[in-house]
Design a protein around this ligand. Structure first.
Ligand code: SF4
Length: 360
């Protein structure tokens, strides 16, 4: 990823950032409290609680022994009380295992309850100067537009990719331990600058203020006219469910298979004969007889399911022994289980039924 935008972004941040109380401290605990409060609550709402909380519980020692009803009263109005419970648990872990202090790396912070990748990176960069990208929804939006990035930002793998690219970009920042003219760590400034840009300038839903954006000349979405379209947020599609009845048609020690059509799902591979819907035993017999077999014995097999990207197969199965003299119609081929395993490509969707043959 290009890094030319970093300098103008930081200059803008230092000049335009909102004056928020957690930006006046390098105390990891105070930064932690602000980050947890901001996880599910707007900045304006957090402002009313932050100072009061820190006055009452100014350090992990005090928080670790705070009675729950006092803690919940301090939290009242912020909602999502599990955050407060996690904070107390974290404070207890810090007292027991870390001498009452926060560990200084993202990896260690991630081990504490209620701290995910974003929060760990935010604390590690703002309080300790670690060059690790804190990627929230604001940052994903800025990144997607800056890069004209067309992947779906709701996917975890995509978010991880963005984290990795921005972390790499942070290599151009002064090293950890160096502090900026304002007394803050450059890594923390960078993360907060990206978040601030997303919150104040690079707004969602057609509100982007590209005219006053400090990094507009680096923005690929602006060049390509994609600002309105990006970022892509595609909710995962619900998989369609298809019901199938699968047949193990047995003739002696052989079983029937057939080739799937050359087009569509699992095209050109082999399968056990099957049909749409769930059939009763009588219907199953009628089905194989219509295929030209004389059914001798029917046995219900176990149910199975297989997940494809967009569809789930729900399968019920029957083993049907057929007369050796059956007139074999259609495209069925009879093979022994060892031949099936060795010579034919049978998709894993059918493996629950193939295993029954192997394990006989
Ligand atoms: S130019 Fe517009 S779309 Fe690009 S980063 Fe700036 S505000 Fe966002």
């Amino acid at each position: 990823m290009q890094s030319d935008f970093v300098k103008p972004l930081l200059l803008w941040y230092n000049a335009a950032k909102r004056d928020l109380p957690w930006r006046h401290t390098d105390d990891p605990y105070a930064i932690y409290v602000s980050e947890i409060m901001l996880q599910q609550t707007r900045v304006e709402a957090v402002l009313g609680y932050y100072a009061r909380f820190l006055d009452a519980l100014p350090d992990p020692a005090r928080l670790s022994v705070c009675p729950d009803d006092v803690l919940f009263k301090l939290w009242e109005g912020l909602g999502y009380y599990s955050r407060a419970r996690h904070m107390k648990k974290t404070a207890q872990i810090l007292m027991e295992e870390h001498g009452g202090r926060f560990p200084g790396t993202k990896n260690e912070l991630l081990k504490l309850p209620g701290i995910g990748s974003y929060t760990a990176s935010a604390i590690a960069s703002i309080a300790f100067g670690e060059k690790t990208a804190a990627v929230d929804g604001n940052v994903l939006r800025v990144y997607a537009r800056l890069q004209a990035f067309r992947d779906n930002i709701l996917r975890d793998a995509v978010k991880k990719q963005v984290e990795a690219e921005l972390t790499e970009t942070m290599a151009v920042l002064p090293d950890a331990g160096d502090v900026s003219a304002t007394g803050t760590h450059p890594a923390g400034d960078f993360n907060q600058a990206m978040i601030e840009l997303g919150a104040l300038v690079c707004l969602p839903r057609g509100e982007a203020r590209c005219g006053s954006c400090p990094i507009s000349r680096f923005c690929q979405a602006k060049v390509q006219g994609l600002v309105e379209e990006l970022p892509l947020r595609l909710a995962p599609q619900k998989r369609r469910e298809e019901k199938l009845t699968v047949f193990l048609i047995r003739d002696g020690d052989e079983v029937a298979i057939r080739k799937r059509p050359e087009k569509g799902l699992l095209s050109g591979l082999y399968e056990f004969p099957n049909t749409e819907g769930f059939l009763t035993a009588e219907e199953a017999v009628r089905f194989v007889e219509a295929e030209g077999f004389e059914a001798l014995k029917v046995r219900k097999l176990r149910d199975a399911r297989h997940l494809f990207t967009h569809v789930t197969w729900l399968m019920e199965g029957y083993e049907i022994r057929v007369s050796p003299g059956s007139v074999r119609r259609g495209d069925c081929l009879f093979v022994r289980p060892d031949e099936l395993k060795r010579d034919y490509a049978l998709p894993s969707a059918f493996s629950a039924y193939a295993e029954l043959l192997i394990n006989e």
